[in-house]
Design a protein around this ligand. Structure first.
Ligand code: FA5
Length: 341
């Protein structure tokens, strides 16, 4: 029996060296130390041995068991250590290496201005109203006091679609009718931002696609003084408190009277330069008192209600602000341009 125990010990030692991973080690443990192992069998049979033999075998079997258990523990630690060393070797990480810069996106300069403009109007109590890009001829022109064949339609070179009577809006003004028809007879104070489309010759100042921000206020006893005061307030908030402004009479079929608003050229401080075409002034928007016919088309009685409206171009304003010489930069997607903002 003692020889048998010596043999078990030797076999186990040999097999332990061959166990190269934790799964193999677990198999080894079951085989040599498990309940149905040879050693377990000897333990179970101890009671049947003659008394004098039982002592010696009992002592030896306990020795072998303890020695196998500590050998197993040592081997387990060895395997853990090996696998840790291996992962340290394979997953080496140099934490002192400089990081790779992640390219950061930016808000498009036109949208930066658009957001700034809308934030100011929101602060002044104007709600943002989104209106559609594709319009009917009636809304883009007719309801704005330009019936078919009205010569003023020529002010807006239009993209017509294959669908008769459907156009790409040439300005945000048709949104005025949508808002009024939705809100009448309640008072209105809204701004309408969005893309406009014109079949124009593309030049340094004119694109075929550009943003406008329309404004509309309708209520009782709104006057030209309200229009001027509100727009001057906006110009001061946008361009700075000291900005000088002026209004020039103009014509739009949907406003009466109509005007254009200029700010003093900030490049030459009104002295005259190439940016302001030597006038000392820069045009920033068109405006006027809503025409009675347009008020009526919107559902308001022009005898009781009045209102003002305006339309400005964020790209042109951005050009003035950042002295951008060509509007084509806006949609050319040239990173050298965009990264400057
Ligand atoms: C209009 O479109 C009127 N609907 C504005 C208006 C609204 C007047 C309400 C009265 C009451 P105008 O065509 O001038 O007006 O355009 C207004 C602004 O849009 C211009 O001042 C300019 O900033 C911008 N804009 C016009 N055409 C272009 C273009 N081709 N490219 C870039 N911006 C343009």
């Amino acid at each position: 029996m003692l020889d048998r125990l010596d043999r078990i010990e030797k076999d186990a030692a040999r097999a332990l060296i061959a166990a190269k991973d934790e799964a193999a080690l677990q198999g080894w443990k079951t085989k040599f130390l498990g309940r149905s192992s040879e050693l377990g069998e000897i333990f179970d049979g101890l009671r049947e041995l003659p008394k004098e033999e039982r002592r010696a075998v009992g002592k030896r079997v306990n020795e072998v068991k303890t020695s196998l258990e500590s050998a197993h523990q040592a081997r387990l630690q060895e395997l853990h250590h090996d696998s840790m060393m291996q992962s340290l070797r394979e997953e080496r990480l140099d934490v002192t290496l400089p990081g790779r810069p992640i390219p950061r996106g930016r808000i498009h300069p036109a949208n930066q201005t658009l957001r700034q403009i809308l934030a100011i109007w929101a602060d002044m109590g104007f709600q943002v109203y989104r209106s559609r890009d594709v319009e009917t001829d009636e809304y883009n022109f007719g309801l704005l006091n330009m019936p078919p064949h009205h010569p003023a339609r020529d002010m807006w070179d239009t993209f017509f679609t294959n669908e008769p009577g459907i156009v790409l809006r040439t300005h945000t003004s048709p949104g005025q009718i949508h808002v009024m028809r939705e809100r009448a007879p309640e008072p209105v104070r809204v701004v309408l931002p969005g893309m406009c489309y014109r079949y124009e010759q593309i030049t340094a100042r004119a694109e075929i696609q550009f943003n406008q921000v329309e404004g509309l206020a309708v209520g009782r006893a709104i006057t030209l003084a309200d229009l001027k005061g509100t727009l001057i307030n906006f110009a001061r908030r946008f361009f700075g408190q000291g900005v000088r402004t002026r209004f020039r009479a103009d014509h739009f079929p949907f406003t009466e009277p109509s005007a254009e608003m200029d700010i003093e050229c900030f490049v030459c401080s009104g002295q005259g330069c190439s940016i302001c075409k030597h006038t000392g002034w820069l045009e920033i928007l068109g405006c006027g008192m809503v025409h009675p016919t347009v008020l009526a088309n919107g559902g308001y009685d022009p005898e009781k209600y009045s209102g003002f409206a305006f339309g400005m171009g964020p790209e042109r304003i951005t050009m003035l602000k950042h002295r951008i010489e060509d509007i084509r930069h806006f949609w050319a997607n040239d990173l050298r341009f965009l990264e400057q903002f």
